[in-house]
Design a protein around this ligand. Structure first.
Ligand code: PEP
Ligand code: MG
Length: 316
């Protein structure tokens, strides 16, 4: 079965009744793109740009960032690329930025909050992205840890100012949904952005109040907890109201049962570690979309994560 899944990984994830889910890869570097495509990735649904800051021990210049983004675009040869703006803070600390110590970094100045406070980090990154996209490619920009409409409006305005200065093309602007407030207000947020990608790693952490890195709580930090699933359903509903598409780029997207459930909830795109792609595609290809929708309805009605997981194998 595994061998068959591997053999068919280049084919789309289309259910038996013709519903297609786009399958992206979470990839950060241009040299990883060929492998992601070989594994069946149709796009890069999440390029985490933190690595540019973490691995060199210095803040990358606009030119260095431009070269990396251009490298990703070239390696993808026309396939879509979602570049996530720098997501520093919480579990992602960068020593050389000398950010102030925080008692609760997960609840502190991280993601979009940091970007809005640090134009010296945000502006060169956006300039590099717009300049790279101006030379061609299917590029979208995504902002991490957005909590409020005000943050999106401010980020959009900065993007527009930079874009016009550079005479660059308009790029789709999306946000991560990884704070419960954003999921609950998804309808309001969807009015002001082009797409959502749900970060289930953080969304689970903030919904269940479980540190995503605490090994003692790893078993309880289940992204298939019905409370998390209800927030995902609310996110999809909010996006639909304004005709936006929704992806998931957290770890649960790469779990075949999780992927089936997310597809049933109406998620349009799943982005994952390349090695998970073949099994996820195989699972979706053997499923019936109507059955996935009823699986999702049953999961939303469940009381516990264990009850949700017990639905695996029972029908869809
Ligand atoms: C997430 O939170 O699910 C996510 C994809 O972002 P990261 O893991 O980089 O925080
Ligand atoms: Mg996250």
């Amino acid at each position: 079965k595994q061998a068959l899944a591997a053999q068919k990984r280049g084919e789309p994830a289309t259910t038996t009744d013709g519903h297609r889910v786009e399958i992206g890869a979470n990839v950060n570097r241009p040299d990883q793109v060929p492998m992601a495509i070989a594994e069946g990735g149709e796009s890069v649904g999440l390029m985490r740009t933190e690595f540019l800051f973490l691995e060199t021990g210095a803040t990358p210049t606009e030119e260095e960032q431009f070269a990396t983004y251009r490298g990703m675009i070239d390696a993808l040869a026309g396939r879509p690329l979602i570049i996530r703006a720098l997501d520093i803070g919480g579990d992602k600390q960068v020593a050389h930025l000398h950010l102030p110590h925080e008692e609760n970094p997960f609840l502190g100045v991280r993601g979009a909050r940091l970007l809005l406070r640090r134009p010296d980090l945000l502006h060169p990154q956006l300039r590099a992205i717009y300049r790279a996209a101006a030379q061609g490619g299917d590029v979208s920009i995504m902002f991490p840890m957005v909590t409020t409409v005000d943050e999106i409006l401010r980020l959009r305005q900065i993007c527009e100012e930079i874009r016009t200065t550079l005479n660059a093309p308009v790029l789709p602007l999306g946000i991560m949904i990884e704070v419960p407030a954003a999921a609950i207000q998804a309808d309001n947020l969807a009015q002001h952005c082009d797409f959502f990608s749900i970060g289930t790693n953080d969304l689970t952490q903030y919904t269940l109040a479980i540190d995503r890195q605490n090994p003692d709580l790893a078993a309880e930090a289940d992204s298939l907890h019905p409370a998390v699933l209800r927030l995902i359903a609310q996110t999809v509903a909010g996006a639909r109201k304004h005709g936006r598409w929704v992806g998931v780029c957290g770890g649960i997207a790469g779990d075949p049962f999780g992927a089936a459930l997310l597809a049933g909830l109406g998620v349009n795109e799943l982005s994952m570690t390349p090695r998970d792609i073949a099994a996820v595609k195989a699972r979706l290809r053997e499923a019936d979309f109507a059955a996935l929708q009823s699986l999702a309805a049953n999961a939303l009605a469940a009381a516990t994560a264990a009850q949700v997981r017990a639905l695996d194998g029972a029908g869809a």
